[in-house]
Design a protein around this ligand. Structure first.
Ligand SMILES: OC[C@H]1O[C@H](O[C@H]2O[C@H](CO)[C@@H](O)[C@H](O)[C@H]2O)[C@H](O)[C@@H](O)[C@@H]1O
Length: 619
């Protein structure tokens, strides 16, 4: 039986990997040393026996509340018990030679008896390590290529196949636990000072978040304070999903959190999609973070180096191409949602929209003042050479359907975007070797094709694919992309049709899975990125009140520490899918900034936040 919901988790990380901590102080997910490495704690996809690390009051009857310390990724869980109060401080210091998880228990009042339970299972919950105590008291767990060491002044002992500690923390005391990863053929990593690491980690995140500049691309916006907080939390989360050594950005920190409880729509998101990354970078740039944009552009050039015919829509963290998909037979999955998948077969798909997303990002980067890169422009030109014939092909589309390929309307629109943005870059920035006449012809031809084959006059709306009667929420992006003017009846018609057909209790489905053949059985939740796109679409057509109301509704479903998964089920009120998901947080940042601009231009006041308080109780 699964004990936690997806929204019960908070994220800590060191910009190379990340861990999920539940409300009861249990780390139930951690892949070491990279986001895409095997997990050593996989309880979230199975049981506690698949690996977890819990520190919590020993006796039942406690209640807990938590928050991030300021604008950092340092998580503070405050346990209140009949005997006193303690705060559990969890963080991962920015990576030194090795990667650490630091947990400090600080006594606030009275004296609280706590229990630590460390169950390491390398290989996604499979492999029980060999645990030995070294002369200096360090506990070392090794199996195959992996080594994890635990250092703490608290006494520990073995219980079954776990390491346990029972200890008391009184007001004013602090007891640290440091878990460090290293390759098993290395000597034991040197100890770190957990208290110094706490100071350094706090400075790292506070400095980074302190550079947030909402006016970086478009000046003069009016952001409500609670919108600003939500944006900064989203940016910190996006930064935490960025793999610092290469600049690659993972779509989420997890694999196989289900898009529907008990269903098979479970995917591995610990890779770098060009689409998700391009949108993330746009959110970074609009917030003043250009270093990340430059690092990603260089990552892109390296990942795509070689023949553009071998281009992929996604890569590994360092640009790896083989992301073979397999099923973890021994993991029962979150609430029995099987299969648990590692790798992602979508890497082999044709998804034409990524051409447009990459070109739009690189065009925006030029406007943002990013240094010109000859390699990037050469790459763009050869991508267009390839798109010149490819755009006529059917593809798997933005949603990566596993059913038959089709002529997805959004894919064609993004092919139009690809040519349009390159033409504009060449015109505005005087870039060389641009066959502008040819590009303009193709751009116009694609536009005509979409308007005649992707539009259904009977519904007064653009449809999911040529000739299909079904709707698709990706088409909410048409106005912001500038495909047609905002006041064009086809744009308004599409928004209204999507409101009629794809809204569930005010949240947007990306499409109706039962109607649109996506090759998968079962249902799924409302897609949060699409719901944020509707906020922006409302703004484009002048529906400011609807935009504000929907944005507030979306903020209200983020969890107690401001995090969002990929999807949401309005009926059960639960978050669904991988977590936290970059796409959702990008949607939040973009929608907040657009709202801020709209309010400023109309001299309107932002709304007040809806009050929420979340407390956990011991079982
Ligand atoms: O729905 C089927 C597909 O679901 C995943 O793709 C989704 O996540 C991607 C990463 O965030 C996103 O780029 C894509 O637009 C989404 O549809 C999964 O990764 C695919 O393998 C799967 O076919």
């Amino acid at each position: 039986m699964q004990k936690q919901r997806i929204e019960d988790y908070a994220l800590i990380g060191d910009c190379e990997t990340a861990a999920l901590v539940d409300r009861a102080g249990s780390i139930d997910w951690l892949c070491w040393p990279r986001f895409d490495s095997d997990a050593c704690f996989a309880a979230i996809l199975g049981t506690r026996e698949h690996g977890h690390w819990q520190i919590a009051p020993e006796r039942a009857g406690w209640s807990a509340s938590r928050r991030y310390r300021g604008n950092t990724l340092i998580l503070e869980t405050r346990f209140e018990t009949g005997d006193g109060v303690v705060t559990l401080i969890d963080f991962m210091p920015p990576r030194g030679n090795y990667s650490d998880v630091v947990r400090i228990v600080r006594g606030e009042a009275g004296a609280v008896r706590l229990r630590m339970d460390l169950t390491i299972r390398f290989g996604y919950g499979h492999t029980i390590p060999w645990v030995t105590r070294l002369e200096d008291g360090t506990l070392r767990a090794i199996a195959g290529p992996d080594m994890v060491v635990l250092r703490t002044p608290a006494e520990t002992h073995g219980e079954g196949m776990s390491t346990v500690s029972e200890f008391t923390v009184a007001a004013g005391e602090s007891i640290p636990f440091v878990l460090t990863y290293g390759p098993s053929h290395h000597p034991c990593p040197n100890p770190i000072d957990p208290f110094l690491a706490l100071e350094e980690t706090e400075s790292f995140w506070s400095d980074w978040a302190g550079h947030y500049d909402p006016d970086a691309l478009n000046g003069g916006m009016r952001l409500a304070p609670h919108w600003r907080d939500a944006v900064v939390r989203s940016l910190v989360t996006l930064k935490a999903l960025t793999y610092a050594p290469t600049g690659g950005i993972v779509a989420a920190a997890t694999t196989s959190l289900p898009e529907w409880p008990g269903g098979p729509r479970n995917w591995d998101y610990r890779y770098c999609w060009l689409r998700d990354s391009a949108m993330t970078l746009y959110a970074f740039m609009s917030s003043g973070y250009f270093e990340e944009a430059e690092a990603w552009r260089d990552w892109l050039v390296r990942a795509m180096a070689g023949s553009v015919d071998q281009m992929q829509i996604m890569f590994g963290l360092a640009g790896e191409r083989r992301l073979l998909e397999w099923k973890v037979e021994w993991l029962p999955g979150f609430e029995g949602s099987r299969p648990v998948r590692i790798g992602n077969a979508a890497a082999g798909q044709l998804q034409l929209d990524v051409f447009g997303e990459v070109m739009a990002l690189l065009h925006g980067a030029r406007h943002g003042g990013l240094r010109e890169s000859k390699e990037a422009w050469a790459l763009q030109r050869s991508m267009l050479d390839s798109l010149e014939s490819l755009w006529r092909e059917p593809d798997e589309g933005i949603w990566e359907v596993r059913g038959p390929s089709r002529h997805f309307t959004f894919s064609k629109v993004m092919a139009w975007v690809a040519f349009d943005r390159c033409i504009r870059s060449a015109e505005e920035f005087g870039l060389d070797d641009a066959p502008l006449d040819r590009w303009r012809e193709i751009r116009d031809e694609i536009h005509r094709d979409v308007c005649s084959r992707g539009y259904d006059p009977a519904q007064a709306a653009f449809v999911q694919s040529y000739g299909s009667p079904h709707l698709d929420a990706s088409l909410l992006l048409l106005p912001i992309l500038g495909f047609l003017p905002d006041d064009d009846p086809r744009i308004r018609g599409t928004i209204e049709a999507i409101e009629r057909e794809l809204l569930v209790d005010g949240f947007v489905l990306r499409y109706r899975p039962a109607e649109s053949v996506d090759g998968l059985p079962g249902d799924e939740g409302a897609f949060l990125a699409c719901s944020f796109w509707l906020v922006v679409a409302y703004l484009q057509v002048g529906r400011l009140d609807d935009a504000c109301a929907l944005f507030e509704r979306l903020l209200a479903i983020s969890n107690d520490v401001g995090l969002l998964a990929e999807e949401y089920d309005p009926r059960s009120g639960r978050q669904l899918g991988n977590f936290p998901q970059a796409f959702s947080h990008v949607g939040l940042v973009t929608a907040a900034h657009r709202l801020g601009q709209a309010l400023a231009s109309q001299r309107a006041e932002p709304p007040q936040p809806a009050a929420t308080a979340v407390h956990a109780r011991s079982p």
